[in-house]
Design a protein around this ligand. Structure first.
Ligand SMILES: C[S@@+](CC[C@H](N)C(=O)[O-])C[C@H]1O[C@@H](n2cnc3c(N)ncnc32)[C@H](O)[C@@H]1O
Length: 249
């Protein structure tokens, strides 16, 4: 599968796209009953959340399928205790790094699970995460909901960054019958007095709450909470929901 972040990775960081996961990781750590010793961040991107967990003292593993995103994560990590792994979160390898029942906390943040678009993909990723959680461990992930994608309608243009010789805009659209949201990410960088243009196309699937509950039940995880990113209970029409699930003893 091609890496849709190959060209966008350095832009992603430069415009602060990691800020959401970084803030959510801090909120998660503050809310947990005990400090996690081993953390796995799925679809870790450039390391926004993984680096927060590692800085808290947790032995952390970050997995992403994009070598370009991982290269930036590695460079940012310095001496922090993080192991980076290039893998698809729908079929994680079984090895010493990803030993069964070995993690206290597994996260997958900033709508990364929406990027799984195939029938059954969500169940595969959640099933793999459940296998890696120790008894009492937690899986926390957020999803863009259909309510968010509906605002994209037949076309929504957003300038997401315009400063310091860098212009980034998103052209978003939602195909409701297919439940697929499409985003063209376009950027212009100013180099040697000229503008250079880059573009990538992202597709996200609207997973329904029922599909999430099915995937959790299939993996024998118990839903503990649905929240907004602010950590308040998620309202029914929430554009984004943070799910917390527990592997009971
Ligand atoms: C929106 S970014 C979020 C990155 C990071 N969690 C953050 O908050 O900054 C989505 C990430 O999901 C990764 N991704 C998408 N599908 C994946 C898959 N099947 N396996 C592993 N990584 C995947 C992409 O490479 C990208 O780094």
């Amino acid at each position: 599968m091609s890496d849709i972040y190959a060209g966008y990775a350095p832009i992603y960081d430069a415009i602060g796209q990691g800020a959401f996961a970084e803030a959510l990781a801090r909120r998660i750590l503050a809310a947990l009953p005990a400090r996690p010793e081993r953390v796995l961040d799925l679809a870790c991107g450039t390391g926004a959340a993984a680096l927060v967990f590692a800085a808290s003292g947790a032995a952390t593993v970050g997995v992403d399928r994009s070598e370009a995103m991982l290269a930036i994560a590695r460079a940012r990590a310095g001496d922090l205790p993080v192991t980076w792994l290039a893998a698809d979160i729908r079929r994680l390898p079984v090895d010493e790094t990803l030993a069964p029942a070995s993690f206290d906390l597994i996260t997958c943040l900033y709508d990364s699970l929406n990027y799984l678009t195939g029938e059954g993909d969500l169940a595969l990723a959640i099933g793999d995460a459940a296998r890696l959680l120790r008894s009492g461990g937690r899986l926390i992930f957020d999803l863009n909901t259909e309510h968010e994608f509906a605002t994209w309608g037949e076309g929504l243009d957003q300038v997401v960054y315009d400063a310091n010789g860098l212009l980034v805009y998103h052209r978003l659209a939602y195909d409701a019958p297919a439940r697929l949201a499409r985003g063209r990410v376009v950027w212009f960088t100013r180099e040697d007095g000229r503008w250079r243009r880059g573009e990538e196309r992202h597709v996200e699937r609207a997973w329904s709450d029922a599909e999430v509950l099915d995937a959790l039940a299939g993996a024998e995880l118990r839903l503990a909470a649905r929240r907004a990113p602010s950590w308040e209970p998620a309202p029914p029409e929430a554009p984004r929901i943070v799910y917390e699930a527990v592997r009971d003893p």
